[in-house]
Design a protein around this ligand. Structure first.
Ligand code: GDP
Length: 296
C-alpha cells in the first residue's frame, strides 16, 4: 500500500461518517475501526494503533457535545491530532550551530540509503551556508568510498576517505580531525552497514562513536522495511543511542508504517524523509505537515 492509499482510506472513513444520516457513537466507533484497520494494513504497530484508537475516542465525547457543535470538525481534528501524535515523539532533535564543528554520524543497515542520504544532508546544509564535508568510514563494503566520492564530487562537497586503511575508526578519526582543523561546520560521517544486524557492526559503531564523539547520530531507515523496522531500530538504539531518524524511500510503494512505529518505539524524532534517488529528493520532516499531506 502506498502512502496516498492510506491517506485516502482514512479520509474516506471520516467522510463516510460525517456524511451519514446517523452520526452517533456506534458509527463513530466504526470509523475508528476502519482507520485502525488501514493503519495495521500499512504495518503500523498494533499497540500504537490501539493507543490512537483510545486517543480519538477520548477526545470526542459524544454525550457531552453541545447540540450545535460541529461534529464533523471535532472528529476531523481528533483524527488529525491522533495521527500527528504517532509521528511526534515530542523530542527536539539536535540543531547544528553555526561557527562550530558539528559532527553528524550516520548508522543503518546496508541498502537503506545511508550513503545517498549523507550526501543529501550535506548538500542541504551546504545550501544553507554551512561549510560542509563528508567522511567515508565505511571500509567494509568494497566501493563504498568510491560511491561517496562520486556523490560528493557531484554535489561539490569536500570529502575524506581511504582506499588503503582498513580500520574504520582510524578513517573516521582522521577525517573528523582534519575537517575540524579546517573549521568545517558540518562534518558528516558515513559508517558501514551490514545486511543484517550483527555484533561486529554494533561494536564498530560504538568504537567510532567513542573516537569522534558525534553531536548527533542519525539512523537511516528504509520506508519499505515493514514490521522489521521496529526491532532494527531498537537494536541500533541500544548500541548507538541515535538521536534522530531519516526515513528513506518514502516515494516507494511501501507506506512506511513499520518505520513510523520504529520512531514511536524509540522516542526519536524523524528529521528528514527521503523522497527519491536524486540529491535534492529530501524534505524536512514536520509531523503536522506530514499528516496534512497524508490526508490530502
Ligand atoms: P546504503 O547501503 O545504506 O549506503 O544505501 P545507498 O545509499 O547505497 O542506497 C541504496 C539504494 O537506495 C540506491 O539505489 C539509492 O539510490 C536508493 N535510495 C536512497 N534513498 C532513496 C530514496 O529516498 N528514494 C528512492 N527511490 N531511492 C533511494
Amino acid at each position: 500500500m502506498v502512502l496516498q492509499d492510506l491517506g485516502r482510506r482514512i479520509n474516506a472513513a471520516v467522510t463516510d461518517l460525517t456524511r451519514s444520516q446517523t452520526l452517533d457513537e456506534k458509527a463513530f466507533d466504526g470509523m475508528i475501526k476502519e482507520i485502525s484497520n488501514a493503519l495495521i494494513a500499512a504495518d503500523v504497530n498494533i499497540k500504537l494503533v490501539s493507543q490512537l484508537r483510545k486517543s480519538i475516542k477520548a477526545s470526542v465525547k459524544f454525550n457531552e457535545l453541545p447540540p450545535h457543535a460541529n461534529k464533523k470538525r471535532i472528529i476531523q481534528k481528533a483524527v488529525f491530532d491522533a495521527l500527528v501524535d504517532i509521528v511526534n515523539p515530542h523530542q527536539k532533535p539536535y540543531e547544528p550551530k553555526k561557527g562550530k564543528s558539528n559532527v553528524i554520524m550516520f548508522v543503518g543497515l546496508q541498502g537503506n540509503g545511508k550513503t545517498t542520504t549523507c550526501t543529501k544532508l550535506a548538500r542541504w546544509y551546504q545550501a544553507r551556508g554551512y561549510k560542509t564535508c563528508l567522511v567515508c568510514a565505511d571500509t567494509f563494503r568494497a566501493g563504498a568510498f568510491d560511491q561517496l566520492k562520486q556523490n560528493a564530487i557531484k554535489a561539490k562537497i569536500p570529502y575524506y576517505g581511504s582506499l588503503t586503511q582498513t580500520d574504520p575508526v582510524v578513517v573516521a578519526r582522521e577525517g573528523v580531525e582534519k575537517f575540524k582543523k579546517e573549521r568545517f561546520e558540518i562534518i558528516i560521517i558515513d559508517t558501514s552497514g551490514r545486511h543484517h544486524q550483527d555484533e561486529a557492526l554494533f561494536a564498530e559503531m560504538v568504537e567510532i562513536q567513542g573516537a569522534i564523539s558525534p553531536h548527533q547520530t542519525i539512523m537511516v531507515l528504509d520506508a519499505s522495511v515493514g514490521q522489521a523496522a521496529e526491532s532494527q531500530a531498537r537494536a541500533f538504539k541500544e548500541a548507538s543511542d541515535f538521536g534522530a531518524i531519516i526515513i528513506t524511500k518514502t516515494d516507494s510503494a511501501a507506506v512506511g508504517g513499520g518505520a513510523i512505529s520504529a520512531v514511536a518505539a524509540t522516542h526519536t524524532p524523524i528529521v528528514f524523509i527521503g523522497t527519491g534517488e536524486h540529491l535534492l529528493d529530501m524534505e524536512k520532516f514536520n509531523p503536522q505537515s506530514f499528516v496534512s499531506k497524508l490526508l490530502g
